[in-house]
Design a protein around this ligand. Structure first.
Ligand SMILES: Nc1ncnc2c1ncn2[C@@H]1O[C@H](COP(=O)(O)OP(=O)(O)OP(=O)(O)O)[C@@H](O)[C@H]1O
Length: 324
């Protein structure tokens, strides 16, 4: 099978899914998806991130043919979706919104229903139960499952027909920390051991940072960043947030407050975000020259949350694409 390929300086990338100038609007309203050019590398766990209402679910629905495409192109497995819909969807597993299953049936019985619909071998049921860690649930009814187990059952149904691409819309929404860890570990296993590419939407950035290899960040329907997570974090990681533990914070604010956008945390601490190493040195010098004793400086790299806020608040509508 032919896939869409691209070269970078060092590597050869195969894209399992691409959109080109994809746009969508509901009725006569403003477009909610604007000219999206997404490239999902094969073998990746691609986090499709954005605040509530950014257009993530609409984009995923378009990719699955659940909403009729208005303009732009969607190519999955290097084929235009509109011309190869059935064949393409047979290779995709998806869970959009809450998982659908029968509450009065066990996990196995639920999968038996879907196995008949998908016409896959019965032996696949125990395989997917094992993959999602639900092998030992026996005759327990699905309605009595925890939220995490319900999500995993939804993913098991999505995996039944052995897809090579899994598309999941906010699968960790509403889960407690343990539930999130279970889903995260399961998705990493599916990706690494089964070779399944995963496209996952979420607004939970801290969680996504532990899971994804690539990110696409969308805000108000527009793509504001696409690339590897490593590149995003390391590019932005050249700046630091620094906290000074000092006396005379009011005086310190007079000296560096306006110049560096400092914030007084309490009577002993001021904090400044987005500083280079040189600027940290300069701020420190200014405080000492002014006779303000510095007891401690703590620095931290920006996390995905602050990088994301920066992208969506400072973005002037242009796509930032660091080399992948
Ligand atoms: N069927 C619809 N009819 C009209 N407007 C819609 C419809 N579906 C979504 N929208 C609007 O489109 C915009 C994008 O919604 P969408 O659900 O795609 O965003 P999202 O990023 O998935 O957000 P969330 O995380 O809150 O689900 C929102 O303003 C939403 O109200």
């Amino acid at each position: 099978m032919r896939y869409i390929c691209g070269f970078t300086k060092r590597s050869f990338i195969v894209y399992i899914l691409e959109t080109k100038a994809l746009s969508h609007q509901f009725g006569a309203g403003e477009p909610v998806v604007r000219n999206l050019d997404l490239k999902i590398p094969q073998g990746s766990i691609y986090g499709f991130l954005g605040p509530n209402g950014a257009g993530k679910t609409t984009t995923l629905r378009l990719m699955l043919g659940l909403i009729k495409k208005q303009s732009g192109q969607i190519e999955i497995f290097a084929r235009p979706l509109e011309h190869h819909r059935e064949q393409t969807l047979r290779q995709i597993g998806s869970m959009i919104d809450s998982p659908s299953f029968y509450g009065h049936l066990s996990a196995y019985e639920n999968l038996l229903v879907f196995q008949k619909i998908f016409q896959c071998p019965k032996s696949r049921i125990s395989e997917v139960l094992h993959l999602v860690g639900l092998s030992r649930t026996g005759s327990k009814k699905a309605s009595r499952f925890s939220l995490g187990m319900k999500q995993r059952l939804g993913i098991a149904i999505a995996l039944l027909h052995n897809p090579s691409l899994l598309i999941l819309d906010e699968p960790t929404n509403g889960l407690d920390p343990n539930g999130m860890i279970e889903i995260r570990e399961m998705l990493i296993r599916l990706n690494r051991q089964q070779g399944i590419s995963i496209l996952i939407s979420s607004h939970l950035l801290g969680e996504m940072q532990k899971l994804v290899t690539h990110v696409g960040i969308i805000n108000a329907g527009k793509l504001v960043y696409e690339g590897t997570l490593d590149k995003l974090v390391s590019k932005s990681g050249q700046s630091f947030q620094a906290t000074w533990e000092i006396d005379h914070t009011a005086r310190a604010m007079e000296i560096v407050g306006h110049k560096y956008n400092a914030v007084k945390l309490d009577d002993q601490k001021i904090v400044i975000a987005d500083l280079t190493r040189d600027q940290i040195g300069a701020v420190n010098r200014e405080l000492i020259v002014a006779g303000i004793p510095v007891y401690e400086i703590t620095t931290s790299h920006k996390d995905l949350e602050s990088i994301f806020m920066n992208l969506i608040t400072n973005n002037n509508g242009t796509l930032q694409q660091f080399s992948k």
